[in-house]
Design a protein around this ligand. Structure first.
Ligand SMILES: Cc1cc2nc3c(=O)[nH]c(=O)nc-3n(C[C@H](O)[C@H](O)[C@H](O)COP(=O)(O)O)c2cc1C
Length: 163
């Protein structure tokens, strides 16, 4: 049984919905066990035990969310050189941009020698005013499907032994 670990952080629900969509789609693959864990609760052992990863984070202040960065800070050296070659994908929930958060995740994944299986999925919620930023987010069906596709692709590749 292969394991897919989905690590996420979400404050107003957008990233959580994206991660849950990817997890549900990946769970359709019978030979893959999916773990969806909040960044704050993810430990190095979770990372070591998994065969593939999805990292899902909001973009805040042109960077990945602090909780997600804290996850990488806590686990980076504990797993370095022990997970090289494993597959990963990235989901970013952003107000209007998202590119820099995606770049930051990619840079850390390069340090771990992970293999990106797809371009990052960036979903923009168009939140720009203080009220809209704080409001609960609802991710549209089309964008959720983009996240499901990542979950399906990664899980299928793990099941087939491609990744
Ligand atoms: C402090 C803060 C800073 C933000 N900075 C950015 C930013 O630099 N670029 C961007 O596209 N969105 C930015 N946003 C918008 C969030 O990415 C957006 O609200 C997203 O939906 C948050 O994800 P969540 O719903 O999973 O919490 C920011 C939000 C907050 C609260």
């Amino acid at each position: 049984m292969k394991q897919l670990l989905i690590v996420y952080h979400s404050r107003t629900g957008g990233t959580r919905q994206m991660a849950e969509a990817a997890a549900a789609a990946a769970a359709g693959e019978s030979d893959v066990e999916v773990q969806l864990i909040a960044a704050a609760d993810t430990e190095p052992q979770h990372v070591l035990d998994a065969d593939g990863y999805i990292f899902a984070t909001p973009e805040n202040l042109a960077a990945m969310a602090g909780m997600m960065k804290h996850f990488f800070d806590r686990t980076y050296y504990a797993v370095l050189d022990r997970i090289a070659g494993r597959a990963y994908a990235t989901l970013i929930c952003a107000g209007s941009d998202g590119e820099n958060a995606a770049r930051q995740v990619a840079r850390i994944a390069t340090g771990w020698r992970l293999r990106a299986i797809a371009d990052p999925v960036i979903v923009c919620t168009h939140a720009q005013t203080p009220e809209a930023i704080l409001a609960a987010k609802t991710i549209g069906e089309k964008d959720l499907e983009r996240c499901r596709e990542i979950g399906r692709q990664l899980a299928a590749g793990l099941a087939m032994g491609i990744y």
